[in-house]
Design a protein around this ligand. Structure first.
Ligand SMILES: Nc1nc2c(ncn2[C@@H]2O[C@H](COP(=O)(O)OP(=O)(O)OP(=O)(O)O)[C@@H](O)[C@H]2O)c(=O)[nH]1
Ligand SMILES: [Mg+2]
Length: 510
């Protein structure tokens, strides 16, 4: 497998040295330029002056050390300005910038050739993220200075990296498997503690280990069939079908269990789509505002204030919610309101969770019944709002409308009370109250889910073949397909174009 990856590396990158800005390109404390590849140290040497170490070059320093210095405009060997200057020509040995004495360094400073004052980290192959020689230049974070430093590095012989190319190299060099590489991206995009935890677990290889164990057990059986077909004298297939049938059932159950975690994974990755629904003036927009901690939606005492759906991604504790505030549902007074109400209902029907807000200072009426009837079967939390006012409606009035299992909570959007209980109920409804992710492998990546579904279909075909009593060589076709689909998750069986597509989605510098 590593051979396949290595061939891919050779064909795709031809061992070039690449560079990119690895931090966000915006005003910040520091910004990092990462250089990776066989010439990383030499390229860095052409642009870096190590302060106070006139004799040292980066090619000479030990691995995993950090050095104080400057980035300067590189002077290349074929630079015409340098060619006629014998003093500078002498300094061009080792391909390094003409700067090997203190006076030269002073010269650089005085003539303003310095682009930035930096810290330079050196990590030699294979003990780096890409498993190649890597230099990271920690610059001051200004956009202009960072771009100028990168330009200098590119001028000194590096090629601009493609999006995701560093991680792709880590994968192709066998440093990480594909599911861990994808987890790098998920860590960057993590919106909550929960999604960060699950991505970090995958980065450590949790999905990889689970899939590999499953796949090796399948590979063992496939190899046995092959051996028995080649050498029937020594390997018997008597009773093998029964064993294979039992194994297939077990493999399928394990694959199905992983597929089941994908729904939880989607909620972790993307957040829980939550619709706030209720009659006008119930306090829906007030709830959105108090959850968001700012006045996002207009709140007035006029019934029918909200007309359109307003969506906002919020974090409550560890949970990410994509909350939609909607128009109050009643007999519409005009066409705009009618459309708003239709949108509210369709939003409720598409959501993972409905927060039904009722004004508890008023009695419930026909509209509460109608709306809750339309929403029956959905995950609902009924919120008895305005608990700061004398209560007219209590849980006993709402209970018959939302059923035995529905959650009913008392809140005051105005005072911000009852929100902790709301968070706990959401955790309970979606994650069984547990956030730990300690040993559990959760599939959070859609591509992984698709591969698992394909593996499941192949196992179902294998079951059919076994039930029909087909010979082992026919059965092994479906078994091999299942093995390949699982291998696509970890990158052990992978098409080159798919690898490019996956890494192409990465951000620049990663
Ligand atoms: N006393 C009290 N008043 C509240 C509370 N929540 C909301 N209100 C008031 O109720 C009125 C309506 O609040 P909104 O948040 O606009 O209600 P809404 O459900 O979004 O209304 P529509 O957009 O018209 O559907 C406003 O005057 C709020 O200040 C609460 O917890 N207690
Ligand atoms: Mg509103």
């Amino acid at each position: 497998m590593n051979e396949m990856r290595q061939q891919n590396l050779n064909s795709v990158t031809e061992n070039e040295t690449i560079a990119a800005i690895s931090t966000a390109v915006s005003e910040a404390g520091i910004g990092i330029i990462r250089i990776s590849g066989p010439q990383a140290l030499q390229v860095a040497d052409r642009v870096c002056v190590l302060a106070g170490k006139q004799k040292s070059t980066l090619t000479e320093v030990p691995s995993h050390t950090i050095h104080y210095g400057y980035v300067v405009d590189p002077v290349m060997e074929n630079d015409p300005a340098k060619k006629n200057d014998p003093a500078k020509e002498n300094d061009s040995e080792n391909n390094s910038f003409a700067r090997k004495n203190t006076s030269e360094e002073k010269n650089v400073v005085e003539h303003g050739d310095i682009i930035d004052e930096v810290l330079i980290s050196v990590m030699r192959a294979p003990r780096s993220f890409t498993a190649e020689d890597t230099v990271e230049i920690n610059c001051h974070g200004g956009v202009y200075a960072l771009r100028r430093c990168l330009e200098a590095v590119l001028h000194a012989g590096a090629r601009a990296a493609q999006p995701g190319e560093f991680t792709k190299r880590a994968f192709l060099n066998g440093r990480i498997d594909l599911s861990s590489a994808e987890a790098v991206m998920d860590v960057i995009h993590a919106k909550s503690e929960l999604s960060l935890k699950s991505s970090l677990q995958q980065l450590k290889g949790s999905v990889y280990h689970r899939i590999r164990t499953l796949r090796s057990s399948m590979l063992e059986k496939a190899a046995y069939i092959e051996a028995a077909l080649d050498d029937p004298e020594h390997y018997s297939l008597d009773g093998f079908s029964d064993q294979l049938r039992a194994d297939t059932e077990e493999w399928k159950t394990k694959v199905e269990q992983l597929i089941c975690t994908a729904e939880e994974g989607r909620l972790v990755r993307e957040g829980i789509n939550t619709a706030i629904i209720g009659k006008p003036n119930a306090g829906k927009s007030s709830l959105l505002n108090v959850l968001a901690g700012s006045d996002l939606a207009i709140v007035t005492e006029i019934a029918g204030t909200t007309r359109d759906v307003l969506t906002q991604t919020l974090r409550i504790g560890d949970v990410v919610l994509n909350v939609a505030d909607t128009a109050g549902i009643r007999e519409a007074k005009d066409k705009v309101e009618q459309i708003g109400i239709e949108r509210a209902l369709s939003c409720a029907l598409d959501s993972d969770l409905v927060l039904y807000v009722a004004d508890a200072s008023l009695p419930i009426d026909e509209w509460d019944r109608k709306i809750l009837e339309m929403l029956s079967g959905r995950k609902i939390i009924a919120l008895l709002n305005k608990s700061d006012l004398p209560a007219v409606t209590g849980p006993e009035q709402i209970r018959p409308l939302i059923g035995e299992n529905g959650v009913i909570l008392s809140i005051s959007a105005r005072e911000g009370t009852g929100l902790e209980a709301l968070r706990k109920s959401i955790m309970e409804l979606f994650y069984g109250g547990d956030l730990s992710f300690n040993d559990e492998v959760v599939i959070t990546n859609i591509r992984h889910k698709e591969c698992l579904e394909k593996a499941k279909s192949s196992l179902e075909l294998l079951e059919e073949c076994l039930a029909m009593g087909y010979p082992e060589d026919i059965c092994s076709i479906d078994l091999t397909d299942a093995i390949d689909h699982l291998g696509e998750i970890t990158g052990e069986t992978m098409r080159e174009d798919l690898i490019d597509e996956i890494f192409g989605k990465f951000c620049m510098g990663k």
